[in-house]
Write a protein that binds this ligand. Sequence first.
Ligand code: UDP
Length: 326
Amino acid sequence: MKLLVTGGAGYVGGVCATVLLERGHEVVILDDLSTGNRDGIPEGATFIEGDVATKIGDVLDSTFDGVLHFAARSLVGESVEKPGEYWQGNVVTSLTLLDAMRSTGVDNLVFSSTAATYGEPEQVPITEDMPTRPTNTYGATKLAIDHAITSYAKAHGLAATSLRYFNVAGAYGSAGENRVVETHLIPLVLQVALGHREDIKVFGDDWPTPDGTCVRDYIHVADLADAHVLALETNSAGVHRILNLGSGEGFSVREVIDVCREVTGHPIPDVIAPRRAGDPAVLVASSSKAIDELGWSPSRTDLRTVVEDAWAFTSNLGDRAHSAPR
Ligand code: UDP
């Protein structure tokens, strides 16, 4: 298939593009490099620099078989402070993409959605039929796009899947986590092991969880990428599926830091800090629907494998690490 991957210079988009190329697909990446890295673009992909909103009309034509849409703004804190940038950059841009797909007859879509669409869950594991009450603008914009995709599928026959990711981690090929602004737990902990930061702040140890720290569901980025390929291959006209992707097991912040200590051999000092606004205590996915509907079988569900792969990537970055002292 000839596929357009928006945001393919980013972490998840880069890994998915790598896996698509390995499976023999032709990949065109459209990315404005606002948060992505040129380094993360896999060999063999055609790269077009530019943002989706202004470039999609020039890039997308009827020779494409499908689109994987990753390009988005994705910092939760920033989304609350600058909502306009998120409604414009995520929702308006995605509508432009949907209209371009419609006018060119490209009718197969996989969309990068998020667990942030659910907000604070009433119970875990979270299934797709639970209420969607996002607690931040980022989650609200992704939920709005999910709704738009449902309408386009119904009205115009679009074949689509939204994949709601839980905590994506690990690395694959040349792509891993190396953001200019890093907020995620595992890459931050590994930056301590690299000597690029002194300690890791634990955002609260008084949560209603077994060790008092927040529990999350960490999914290996390569397993996540496999689900995208399966979604693309099994999409059907006029149907919009919404599927959670997680490993189904929760680990506390303390457990994650302990695994990072084992893998890196570094003591990784931690400091208890105040709770972070908007953090739910526990987020764990039920991925049963993805497993049933896609025939997905995640094979890297062990947290140690996730951290080992992340560490292999991070420890090889050298001067390319955005966290490196300059
Ligand atoms: N976390 C932390 N210290 C940090 C970064 C994150 O204690 O420096 C915690 C955060 O409160 C959450 C978990 O680690 O409970 C995972 O956070 P992350 O930002 O990686 O992903 P999120 O769950 O927000 O999508």
